[in-house]
Each structure stands twice: as structure tokens, then as C-alpha cells.
Design a protein around this ligand. Structure first.
Ligand code: SAH
Length: 395
């Protein structure tokens, strides 16, 4: 087997079970491993540290599969990891009375680069790294055996694959073609999910717990839902008793599907207004025309995709939070998120605090929010915690 030899001291992170080995940590490569192939990972003194997937094009040259010398990287490894991940979700499906759930969360479930989401009886997979791609057929076969499904669909149409030198791919991996829309259940909510074209794998499953908090905290309020996508938070707010919701979203298709979700949930269409356009622009218009709201939700896309974008991203988060602070009525509720993993909790809190200060408001944190429990984070991989949010009372 080919091997990579690390520079002095660089085995430390592997021994701490961090799954990434960056190109700068590697002194030498023995043999000529192909993309995705398994390599041995050796310390500078030759000591064996683990086995991982080789990805020559990526900055993350190796993603570690195992640090156990007795564990071969074989179909059996994938079977046991997939089985463990899938079984750990079974109680969640019951607890949340849902048929939609993340079954495999990449590094945090021991399979770097693999995302598997279940929507009713369809699975949607993303293969985001060379190693996961290499074992794709094994993974698909085993998923088909482990989970009762009608079909398995691939949504590997994401830009991170370019960093791995992999092409974007979509299509059926096993079983039937998914229908145009799949209806999922989440407690009292129903949602239509566009598996083929929707964002990520189709729906923001990671916001499940936070839909429940929106239900609770934005009930009886007039709500502004910024970056509304297909209206997950809109349905939650209305079910919670909101008197009206304005959605701001740049995608007309998402807004349209959002209206279908309102209808599907038996909610009053007259309480919903769609504003197609840019959140920054429309919030400024509301500010200038003295329009005010009792609750505002901010769930923007990832502003920081790389370290180089972090400063600009911070300004973006500050801008929208400042506008929201200005648009809230006294004792209003702000529910604000960042899904940029590079921006940590402390910095996010500071940005929201700066926004409050600049708006001349008093604010308190009522609750910290994070990604739903089917998106766990391995303790050895803190990068897995990407979604953070705050519920603030503002007066
Ligand atoms: N809150 C949603 C997910 C939001 S994802 C949910 O829980 O389902 C972010 C959304 O913001 C995407 O739908 C994207 O189309 C939209 N978007 C991105 N930039 C925008 C902008 N500047 N103005 C309005 N919408 C934008």
C-alpha cells in the first residue's frame, strides 16, 4: 500500500483523531496512490498512525479512515459505520415524529465527505471528497441494504468537489427516480421537498429544532422572515399563531414552493406576503418607511466560504443584524443565524452585540441555537459545528 510520511510532530493531530491531514503536514509520499485510494499514514520516524483516503488535488491531502491498525479499509468498515450512524437516528425519527432526517453526517459519523439525508422513502447522498467518491458503489449498496428505500439519488453538484478534482454529478444511484416533490412530515408540519433542484439535498433539516423555537417565540407576532427559502420558518411561525409573515427571498421558485407549503399545512394564505428580492435592499426600504415588526428571522446563506472572506462576511452579518435591530418593535424578538463554520460562536455574538449597540437598543440573549441533533459533531472535529443562532429580546 502507498503511504504518506508526515513532517516532524505533525502526527499529533492524527493521534488526537482529527480526520484531516493538510498538504503542508506531509513530508513525502511513497508509491503512486490514485485519487481516493487508501494510504498508510506514517509519522516521521516511520511509526504507523492510521489509514486514510488520498486526495492529491485537495489542500486536505488525506482524510483519515481509521487509526486502528486492526481495521482494514474495506466494505466491512463502511458497513459498521453506516449501520451505527443509521441506527443512532432511529430514536430521533420517533422523537420528532418525522420521516426526514440526516442519516450520515460526514466526518462526524466517521465517513469523511459523505452526507446522506432521508426524505420519506428516498435517500439523497452527497459525495464531497475523493475517498467517499472512491467507495461510492460500496456505500450505495450498503445503504440500500440497511435502509428500506424506494430510491437513492445523488446530489454531488457542489463546488467543494472542484477542490477535490471531482466533477459535479447528479442522478439516480439505485432504485426509482424521485418524484418532482417529496412530501415529508415533521411533527405537525408537512413540507414539499425538491430533491433534484433544492438547496443542499433539498431541505434545511439542520433547522428542525429551530423551527420549534420559531413556533414558540414568533407566535402571536407579526414576523419578517428573511432568506425564507421554501418557508420552513414561515410554516412554524404561523402554526405558532403568528398574525402574519413577510418572506424575503431572492429565488422566485423557492417562494412559490413556500406558498405550496402554506397550503399543504392548511394555513391561511392571506397571512403570508412574499417579497422577491434582496434582503439588504428590502430591509433598508422598510427602515426608511418606518415599517416595524414584532419578530425578525435572519437565516442567510454562508457568507464566509474561506478565511479570506471572513472580514467581508462579518460586515454582511453586522449589516443585516443592524437593520433587523432597527426594524424591531420594543420587546421584539430577533432570531438570527450564521451557518459559516469559520465564524465562531463568540465572534457571532460580538457581531450581534455591535449591531444592537449601533442601533441604540437594549438586547438580551434568551437562547443559543445550533444545528439539529441528527447533525452531530464529533468531539475530535469541532469544524463540524457550523450552525449557530441566537434568540434575542430587543427593546
Ligand atoms: N431559512 C431557510 C433557509 C435559508 S437558506 C429554511 O429554514 O429553509 C438561504 C436563502 O437565502 C436561500 O434560499 C437563498 O436563495 C436566499 N438568498 C441568498 N442571498 C439572498 C439575498 N441577498 N436576498 C434574499 N435572499 C437571498
Amino acid at each position: 500500500m502507498a503511504s504518506v510520511i508526515l513532517k516532524a510532530q505533525r502526527e499529533k493531530s492524527v493521534l488526537r483523531r482529527h480526520p484531516w491531514i493538510f498538504s503542508g503536514a506531509i513530508a513525502k509520499i511513497h508509491g503512486s496512490p490514485q485519487t481516493g485510494e487508501t494510504v498508510d499514514i506514517l509519522a516521521k520516524d516511520g511509526k504507523w498512525c492510521g489509514r486514510g483516503a488520498f486526495s492529491p488535488r485537495s489542500q486536505i491531502t488525506v482524510r483519515v479512515w481509521t487509526v486502528n491498525p486492526d481495521e482494514e479499509v474495506s466494505p466491512a468498515l463502511f458497513r459498521s459505520r453506516l449501520k451505527h450512524a443509521v441506527e443512532s437516528r432511529l430514536p430521533l425519527l420517533e422523537k420528532y415524529d418525522t420521516n426526514a432526517c440526516r442519516l450520515v453526517n460526514s466526518e462526524s459519523d466517521g465517513i469523511p465527505g459523505l452526507i446522506v439525508d432521508r426524505y420519506r422513502d428516498f435517500l439523497v447522498c452527497q459525495f464531497l471528497a475523493a475517498g467517499a467518491e472512491y467507495w461510492k458503489q460500496t456505500i450505495v449498496n450498503q445503504l440500500a441494504e440497511l435502509v428500506p428505500t424506494v430510491g437513492i439519488y445523488e446530489r454531488s453538484d457542489v463546488t467543494v468537489r472542484e477542490k477535490e478534482g471531482l466533477p459535479k454529478l447528479t442522478g439516480v444511484l439505485s432504485g426509482q427516480d424521485p418524484p418532482e416533490l417529496v412530501e415529508i412530515r415533521e411533527g405537525v408540519y408537512r413540507f414539499l421537498v425538491d430533491i433534484r433542484h433544492g438547496h443542499k439535498t433539498g431541505f434545511y433539516l439542520d433547522q428542525r429544532d429551530n423551527r420549534a423555537f420559531v413556533h414558540e417565540y414568533a407566535g402571536n407576532s407579526e414576523v419578517l422572515n428573511c432568506f425564507s427559502y421554501t418557508g420552513g420558518f414561515t410554516v412554524a411561525a404561523l402554526k405558532g399563531g403568528a398574525t402574519g409573515v413577510i418572506n424575503i427571498e431572492s429565488s422566485a421558485d423557492s417562494l412559490e414552493l413556500g406558498l405550496r407549503n402554506i397550503r399543504l399545512n392548511g394555513l391561511d394564505m392571506a397571512k403570508v406576503k412574499n417579497m422577491e428580492g434582496d434582503v439588504f435592499t428590502i430591509m433598508r426600504q422598510y427602515r426608511d418607511s418606518d415599517r416595524r415588526f414584532e419578530a425578525i428571522i435572519l437565516d442567510p446563506p454562508k457568507f464566509a466560504g474561506s478565511r479570506g472572506q471572513l472580514m467581508r462576511a462579518c460586515r454582511g452579518y453586522k449589516d443585516i443584524n443592524l437593520l433587523a435591530m432597527k426594524l424591531l418593535r420594543p420587546d421584539g424578538i430577533l432570531i438570527t443565524f450564521s451557518c459559516s463554520g469559520l465564524l465562531d460562536k463568540d465572534l457571532f455574538q460580538k457581531i450581534v452585540a455591535d449591531a444592537s449597540l449601533d442601533a441604540g437598543r437594549e438586547s438580551q440573549i434568551i437562547r443559543w441555537l445550533s444545528q439539529a441533533t441528527d447533525h452531530p459533531t464529533s468531539l475530535y472535529f469541532p469544524e463540524g459545528s457550523y450552525l449557530k443562532g441566537l434568540i434575542c429580546r430587543v427593546w
